[in-house]
Design a protein around this ligand. Structure first.
Ligand SMILES: Nc1ncnc2c1ncn2[C@@H]1O[C@H](COP(=O)(O)OP(=O)(O)OP(=O)(O)O)[C@@H](O)[C@H]1O
Ligand SMILES: [Zn+2]
Length: 557
């Protein structure tokens, strides 16, 4: 308290002293009257200047923050056409309809139609969602804006909304010039998550939380059709009416990998009421994409679109583009003038597994362990899986794995039989089977193998009703709980499959030894080389793989 009083007094005293000094100066005939006036004006000007400077700074900061990271493409700037969108003719068909609507938007509206406002593209990454939106814009000859939803988010309240508002304002402006406009919003789930599930739609640190951004987006997509300018309000208050300004068509195309988490409000009519699934292409689709991208590079006759399409089940067009490009890089590195199939394969392997990183310090004994482990997988893969082929077996470290035995499907498949799942379990267990039977020890490199085998057995018994129960843990909700309850049965199943695969590798011991020896010599083997070894040893091609059965109590039926 006392302290506070003192501060107050001190201030007063300081003021008094200054006043007295000022008075003395005045009386002593120091400054003239004009000098005093000028000084005061000078002070005032300084204050004004400082304040306006602060205001300008604030405005600049806000403007800077609200500057969305949006890329604009005007008609004709990219030139990507339907010809460039490959591998998915159904999508193109659907997209063409949208372009027809956008092009004829004026006539369509005159007929009383409402312009489409939103299109939602769902699908895994790299399937060309933003690319499709660009092609639509280019084909319709309308401006295109690319924005990513997370970039709207800002820690300052209102800045995100301002960004959305500015984006749409510009879109409407350009839309008036070009007839329509397309805004593409990537990763819309970042702001469009169902509101109760705590989506990040809100205003952030200083915001009110909730769904501010989502609401702004919905409002901007489908704004109320009244003119809210001062002039229009004045006219309205005078009982007059200005001719309603024509609202330009702004089509919002949004993309997401997670359509299930979106707020239902987004999917209502008038918003994203049209949905297109953009999936990874099938064989024919990939063939088309490869033909397109391989045409752009120099390649020799070994690298054909057919061969490449066969190897790349599940690849997206973006991945295909990347692999083709990497093949050229690899070809160039070995000073070749054209990419070969070998380069392509190397590119794929590096893409899927990471770079080769041989462990120079590994002892011969350890290398032998890894070779037999992988040989076990390879033998089971080769003999048991009718729909997969061995792609590559290697004991050269890649990524985090000491070795790998990888298969690729021979064709697109959408369902799996009980026999195939059991074969899958045996393929996982084959490595341990070989360790025990051929090396006489158990090694610790099996963690992911056992994990995978356990998950497969769990699904077999507790999810897809292939054991003696039809109960599904999906209904119970927790896989972890189900695995615990199923543990005795899973164990029994794994033991039983282990016995079978041990028999398999012992029956083919020459094959196991030959692959392991060859791996120790060469480092890695392709599926074709494995096949050559088999044919050399047994004098015939791989027989039709057997139907694998569960022999334990599960086989009570
Ligand atoms: N169908 C296609 N035909 C030809 N090229 C394609 C196709 N789809 C994608 N691409 C190529 O892949 C690149 C990446 O695609 P894009 O960015 O559109 O994928 P996306 O689905 O939007 O991915 P993300 O969800 O990760 O944003 C494109 O720029 C294009 O060069
Ligand atoms: Zn393994």
């Amino acid at each position: 308290m006392g302290n506070y009083q003192w501060v107050k007094w001190r201030k007063l005293i300081l003021w008094m002293v200054s006043l007295i000094l000022f008075g003395i100066l005045l009386v002593a005939g120091g400054p003239t009257y004009w000098q005093i006036v000028l000084t005061i004006i000078g002070f005032a000007l300084q204050l004004l200047f400082a304040m306006s400077f602060m205001i300008v700074q604030f405005v600049a900061l806000f403007w800077f923050l609200a500057r969305g990271r949006t890329y604009w493409i005007l008609p004709g700037e990219t030139g990507s056409t339907w010809e460039d969108y490959r591998g998915n003719p159904e999508i193109v068909e659907n997209a063409k309809r949208i372009v027809t609507l956008l092009k004829g938007v004026k006539e369509f509206k005159e007929m009383g139609g409402e312009a489409i406002r939103g299109l939602l593209l769902c699908g895994p990454p790299g399937t060309g969602k933003s690319y499709l939106a660009q092609v639509i814009a280019n084909e319709a000859q309308v401006p295109f804006a690319y924005a990513s939803a997370p970039s709207f988010q800002n820690m300052f309240f209102g800045v995100g909304n301002l960004k959305v508002m500015r984006l749409y304002k510009k879109a409407r402006k350009l839309g008036r010039v070009y007839g329509a406009c397309i805004i593409f919003i990537d990763e819309v789930d970042a702001i469009g998550m169902a509101r109760q599930s705590g989506g990040m739609g809100g205003g952030g640190m200083f915001g009110m939380g909730g769904a501010g951004l989502l609401n702004e987006l919905l409002l901007q997509m489908d704004p109320p059709n009244i003119d809210n300018s001062k002039f229009a309000k004045l006219l309205r208050s005078l009982g007059l009416r200005r001719k309603k300004a024509e609202r330009p068509a702004v089509l919002t195309i949004a993309a997401t990998n997670l359509p299930d988490v979106l707020d239902p409000a987004l999917l209502r009519p008038g918003r994203f009421d049209r949905k297109l699934w953009v999936d990874a292409p099938d064989y024919d689709g990939r063939l088309d994409v490869f033909e397109y991208y391989l045409r752009k590079i120099k390649r020799d006759s070994s690298l054909t679109p057919e061969r490449a399409a066969l190897d790349t089940i599940g690849y997206s067009p973006a991945q295909i583009k990347h692999i083709v490009n990497e093949s050229v890089v690899i070809a160039h590195q070995r000073s070749a003038v054209a990419a070969s199939y070998e380069d392509f394969r190397n590119a794929m392997e590096t893409y899927e597994w990471g770079l080769k990183q041989p462990l120079r310090s590994m002892s011969d004994d350890e290398k032998r362990n890894v070779a037999y482990h992988e040989s076990g997988h390879a033998v089971a893969q080769y003999l048991l899986n009718p729909h997969d082929r061995v792609w590559k077996v290697t004991i050269i470290r890649r990524g985090g794995a000491l070795g790998l035995a990888a298969t690729k499907p021979t064709h697109e498949r959408y369902n799996r039989s009980d026999s195939e799942i059991l074969a899958g379990i045996q393929i996982c267990l084959a490595a341990r089977a070989v360790e025990e039977e051929f090396l006489g020890k158990k090694l610790n490199g099996v963690n992911s193998d056992l994990r995978q085998a356990t998950l497969l057995a769990g699904a077999y018994l507790g999810m897809v009703g292939m054991g003696d129960e039809l109960f599904s843990w999906l209904a119970a909700g927790s896989q972890a709980e189900a695995l615990k309850v199923l543990r005795p049965k899973i164990n029994e199943m794994l033991q039983d499959q282990m016995l079978q695969v041990k028999k398999l590798v012992k029956d083919h011991s020459d094959f196991v030894h030959a692959i392991a020896e060859e791996l120790l010599k060469q480092g890695d083997l392709t599926g074709e080389e494995i096949e050559q070894i088999y044919v050399r040893l047994y004098g015939h091609q791989r027989p039709e793989p057997p139907v694998v059965k569960a022999l334990g109590k599960e086989k009570s039926t």
